[in-house]
Design a binder for this molecule. Structure first.
Ligand code: ADP
Length: 445
């Protein structure tokens, strides 16, 4: 069967053919062969019932006319030759058989075959040609209906039983051919449509991908500009501090520093702080760069979240100069979670550090871990300066610092890093804040 399909697909083959033309080529070949076989069968049947005569010869003439055109079309690489030959023969030959037999009743409706003409024209040519073929069919039908009985050349008389068989054949077979051809054509067309749809989807997907990477590229370009100007600006302050204090140190050395070790220490402390500021900024910039280029590894593991939070809280509590501490609360039934501890520690660490940093002199910040059935929520709540409402939408943008935070040291990179880290863990980071009342950051996984 497959070999046959391949053989049919090679008929009038042209690599530039559209899918529709390929279908048309194989379909006209199948129809021509089927109709030729029918011609042979019809001829034998007529011979059986009427003996030798014009009615017996006509179906054979159909076969001898169509078969050569199958080859001519193939060698000329023009399937339309076969289309016209087949349509002409299928319209004219049955009409002659009809007339040779006389009335529609005498011919057992052999004229039904002629209807393959307009249907074929509709499938292989165009609507306009199909209409001409239809008019031809109607004319033949009219002639047959009105003048048919006077044409009877063969004068063959057939028994009622044989007539019934011919009726069945002449109505049944062309109907089957029409139905099969239309189904074949439609099926292939639908398949082609589906293929086109798939292609469209793939192209759409690709376009979306290109658009995404383009906008990412654009975003990165903008980020680079902001980055260069912000980083150089942020480096300038600690560098100036280091520079002026180095000069001071030199002065103190020249004037006998040992006499005032306290002054000396103050100066070296300022230098150390400047260096540590620059190191912090550099570290954050490096992490941010890595996150943006997708160079961060995601290695999830089973994590005892409560223990994990306790260790983190301990670290942060120990460095608070005002002795404030995190109030820790667990909601729901604690269980281990499958997360990347490194990225979680970075994200949570930044949120805890901000909670302390932006609520100096206020109540203790709170860390609440809620174990839900399907999700996990980690909330860091503070009662500090909050964030002005108008500035909240920019909060997770790199280098963004709110207006009310300019006096507090920071780089503006921590939150965007935290957000990326949370997203690595397939979670979301949101904020709920009111200026002067406090902020609550929520990680939902
Ligand atoms: P940084 O704290 O180094 O400036 P972040 O990215 O961590 O950078 O924070 C960005 C900005 O968001 C901060 O400058 C501050 O204006 C605001 N912010 C972050 N966390 C809080 C908080 N808990 N309370 C008030 N403002 C906050």
């Amino acid at each position: 069967m497959n070999k046959l399909k391949i053989l049919i697909s090679k008929y009038c083959f042209n690599s530039l053919d559209s899918e529709e033309i390929k279908i048309a080529k194989s379909l006209i070949l199948i129809i021509s062969i089927c109709c030729s076989i029918c011609g042979l069968v019809w001829s034998s049947m007529y011979y059986f019932f009427f003996g030798f005569g014009l009615t017996t010869v006509l179906p054979i003439i159909f076969v001898f006319l169509v078969i050569p055109f199958i080859f001519i079309s193939h060698f000329k690489s023009n399937y339309k030759i076969l289309v016209y030959a087949q349509l002409t023969c299928i319209t004219m030959v049955p009409a002659f058989i009809q007339w040779s037999l006389g009335s529609i009743h005498d011919s057992s409706f052999v004229i039904a075959w002629c209807f393959l003409g307009p249907i074929g024209a509709l499938l292989f040519l165009n609507e306009k040609d199909a209409r001409i073929w239809l008019v031809m069919f109607v004319i033949i039908l009219g002639i047959t209906s009105i003048a048919g009985p006077t044409f009877s050349m063969d004068g063959a008389k057939v028994t009622e039983n044989a007539r019934a068989i011919f009726y069945l054949m002449n109505i049944g077979v062309p109907s089957i051919v029409i139905f099969s051809a239309t189904t074949y054509f439609l099926k292939n067309l639908i398949r082609q449509k589906e293929r086109n749809f798939d292609l469209l989807q793939i192209t759409k997907g690709k376009n979306e991908e290109i658009e995404k990477s383009l906008s990412k590229e654009k975003e990165l370009g903008q980020l680079k500009t902001i980055f260069v100007s912000t980083v150089s600006h942020q480096f300038r302050t600690p560098l100036a501090v280091i520079q002026s204090n180095t000069e001071l140190l030199e002065m103190l050395t020249n004037t006998g520093m040992k006499q005032d070790p306290e002054k000396y220490k103050k100066v070296t402390d300022r230098i150390t702080e400047g260096i540590s500021k620059m190191t912090d900024l550099m570290d954050e910039v490096l992490i941010f760069g890595k996150l943006n280029s997708g160079n961060i590894q995601y290695s999830p593991e089973n994590l005892d979240l409560v223990e994990f939070c306790k260790i983190l809280i301990k670290q942060f509590n120990s460095i608070q100069q005002d002795n404030r501490m995190i109030d820790f609360e667990i909601k729901g039934e604690a269980r281990s979670v499958y997360l990347d501890s490194k990225s979680l520690s970075h994200a949570l660490g930044n949120l805890i550090s901000n909670a302390f940093k932006y609520s100096q002199g206020k109540k203790n910040p709170k860390l609440i871990v809620s174990f839900g059935l399907k999700e996990l929520k980690v909330t860091i709540k503070d009662y500090g300066i909050g964030i002005p409402k108008a500035e909240v939408p920019h909060l997770f943008h790199p280098f963004f610092r709110a207006n009310n935070a300019t006096e507090i040291k920071g780089t503006g990179l921590g939150l965007s890093i935290a957000k990326e880290y949370v997203e690595i863990n397939k979670g979301t980071l949101t904020v709920n804040t009111t200026e002067g009342i406090g902020s609550s950051f929520e990680i939902k996984i």
